[in-house]
Ligand binder design. Structure first.
Ligand code: ADP
Ligand code: MG
Length: 639
């Protein structure tokens, strides 16, 4: 425990150790040798002797309690501990009672041990999360007058050329313009397989360059780079508090005063009306005061969420606040977008069916030109399969119709590329294809010229992810897609999705999500997982929006509540397990802490009277330490 203590914590630790040594020496003298009984006025010697470790360990608590009173904010744990311990010492004034000086000193001592442990545990959790998030680059290498100079990444303008040497962190998002290398993306995505990069590949800041020297043209200023966004997100995560967290704060606000009032009532009422002795009732009251401290909950609950969010970020799952972890933990329905989420979104061109007098290559080139500016996975694939160069000066008037396709003027011809909805909307007669697959109809100047059949590939771990989700307690999985019914059904069957809604426009996906929300059972929540391409409105509408493959996609990061840095569906199930585990630990702590405290209070009632001050110390410090240790389990990512 000595490692990682701050100076102040070390000082407190030394003070506690000294006080503990004196305390145990006195205990041995008293219990072992009955040293004090042998002395004349032994009781008062004992009183004075135990005051020494008490004051060494607890003088600052007394001071803080006094400050609280002076500044009219007395109601805190310092005051509670002060009253309880002073009360224990004061029992010496009741001649018929056994003295309780040792317990008074012990309460203070162990209270301080607990406080020290708490601040250590919170600090350790903070640090281990900070370590994981150690992704911020220190400098960027910029060419300046033919020489490489190291500059602050925030000073590098968009469009600058920077050099990233092997072993260095990529400082800014950009595109590789020369060189070849492998990048370690594990700090961002938790993915251990390196990413191979070469000319033309997009790289994001925060990855570590492993093998070769690369030159990158920056595409974003530092403030908007991936690293900066991730850090901001993690830092702000504590602002969106979970309902459980708020509940604990409110609970603590009432719990402490209620128990203190109960203590007063017991101390005064029970000797007057129920004939218990004054010393017995004061003793119960003191036990009440010690267990009235809510710190086990007030510290462990937020710490659990914090650790859970930290664990998630280590595997590339960014949670924007503890409330989202809580909601995800309660989810029982998950809706998925198909393309890019469950499927790779890299379509292979299966066939090009051109009508009679048209050359298939010409058809493909018109399609590639029309798709030149689209970011849709379909567009990328069409461009990929077109071997020629796209001369952008020939393209005009591009218009993307979300969920349908694109319209563009190419070489002064009107080109339409899209699904049957687009053809119907534009009144172009078309015909279907005998191959099952996603069909891209192409029309030239309002006349149908044929279609391209493309097929997407289901992601390798999609089926596993769906069955993991069912195992983790998800009742229903739904796929929402703009693609054809046949294609959607085939994909759903392959990977085990329960329900399919196909041929949806983006706004249709929103209303599907609204239907699902309306069907929701008591307490159940709906999560939606998308890739952020034209599904941002759905991400926002669901109880919880999860964006995947979000490295570099701003819209998705903005709209989602949980961001998966890589695009493996398996991480949805992992996020779910982290959420469930965190919530389980939070509730274990709540039930355990409140339960133990209530039991101790019942045992302390004057007519039962079996709870000692020692038990009360356990009820406060012991419970807090156990709850905190339990919280720290949230740091470990479940398998
Ligand atoms: P998904 O719901 O599967 O992610 P989208 O809503 O993005 O799919 O698109 C639905 C359908 O709209 C696609 O299957 C395709 O037929 C058509 N489409 C969308 N964008 C384009 C585009 N850029 N080019 C051609 N077709 C497109
Ligand atoms: Mg999509």
């Amino acid at each position: 425990m000595a490692r990682g203590l701050t100076k102040k914590q070390k000082k407190t630790r030394n003070r506690i150790l000294v006080a503990l040594a004196i305390f145990f020496a006195l205990e041995v003298a008293e219990v072992g040798f009955e040293a004090f009984d042998a002395l004349p006025n032994g009781l008062w010697f004992e009183f004075a002797a135990f005051l020494v470790p008490y004051l060494i360990a607890g003088y600052d608590v007394l001071k803080k309690a006094w400050h609280g009173i002076v500044h009219h904010q007395p109601f805190d744990e310092n005051l509670l501990m002060s009253i309880a311990t002073i009360g224990a010492f004061a029992l010496v004034f009741f001649p018929e009672a056994e003295p309780h000086m040792a317990e008074g000193a012990a309460v203070m001592l162990f209270y301080q041990v607990g406080e020290l442990f708490e601040s250590y545990a919170v600090g350790k959790t903070r640090r281990s999360i900070a370590d994981m998030m150690d992704i911020a680059p220190d400098y960027a290498n910029v060419m300046h007058d033919g020489e490489l100079v190291e500059v602050d990444p925030s000073e590098v303008a968009v469009g600058s050329e920077i050099v990233v040497k092997p072993g260095e962190r990529v400082p800014l998002d950009g595109v590789v313009i020369s060189g070849m290398s492998q990048l370690d993306t594990s700090a961002l995505t938790g993915e251990s397989v390196p990413q191979v990069v070469e000319e033309g590949v997009t790289v994001v800041s925060g990855c570590v360059n492993m093998t070769g020297l690369i030159t990158v043209r920056t595409s974003k200023p530092y403030g908007e780079s991936t690293v900066q966004r991730i850090l901001e997100l993690v830092e702000n995560a504590s602002e969106k508090k979970a309902r459980t967290e708020n509940f604990i704060t409110r609970f603590a606000r009432y719990y402490t005063p209620i128990v203190v009032i109960l203590a007063l009532v017991i101390a005064i009422i029970s000797p007057l009306f129920f004939g218990s002795t004054w010393s017995a009732s004061v003793k119960s009251a003191l036990v009440f005061l010690v267990v009235s401290c809510p710190c086990a909950l007030v510290i462990s609950v937020p710490l659990s969420f914090f650790a859970g969010i930290g664990a998630a970020s280590r595997v590339g799952i960014l949670v924007k606040g503890s409330s989202y972890l809580e909601t995800l933990g309660a989810a029982d329905t998950i809706a998925f977008d198909k393309t890019g989420t469950l499927t790779k979104g890299t379509f292979n061109v299966v066939a090009v069916h051109a009508d009679e007098e048209i050359d298939p290559d010409l058809l493909l080139s018109y399609a590639a030109y029309a798709e030149a500016f689209s970011y849709h996975p379909i567009a990328l694939s069409v461009r990929e399969s077109y071997s020629g160069v796209i001369d952008q000066s020939k393209i005009d008037h591009v218009e993307e119709r979300s969920g349908q396709g694109v319209y563009a003027t190419v070489d002064s011809h009107q080109v339409l590329v899209g699904n049957d909805k687009l053809m119907l909307a534009e009144d172009v007669p078309y015909h279907d294809c005998e191959i099952v697959g996603t069909i891209l109809h192409v029309a030239l100047d309002g006349k149908y010229i044929g279609h391209i059949v493309i097929a997407d590939v289901v992601k390798e771990d999609a089926a596993q992810a769906i069955s993991d989700l069912h195992a983790a307690g998800i009742k229903k999985t739904v796929m929402l897609t703009g693609d054809k019914r046949e294609v959607a059904d085939a994909v759903a069957k392959r990977i085990g999705i329960d329900e399919v809604r196909a041929q949806l426009l983006p706004q249709g996906k929103v209303s599907c999500v609204e239907d699902l929300l309306a069907e929701e059972r008591e307490g159940g929540k709906l999560a939606f997982v998308g890739d952020g391409i034209n599904d941002a409105p759905v991400l926002m509408r669901a109880d919880i929006g999860i964006a995947m493959g979000a490295m570099g996609s701003d819209a998705a990061i903005e709209a989602a509540d949980i961001v998966l840095m890589d695009d493996k569906p398996g991480n949805i199930a992992l996020a779910m397990r982290i959420a469930r585990k965190t919530m389980r630990i939070v509730w274990q702590n709540i039930v355990f802490a409140i339960g133990v405290k209530i039991v101790i209070m019942i045992l302390a009632l004057p007519f039962i009277g079996i709870a000692t001050m020692w038990l009360a110390v356990f009820g406060d410090v012991g419970v807090a330490i156990i709850a905190i240790l339990n919280s720290m389990r949230c740091l470990r990512v479940p398998k």
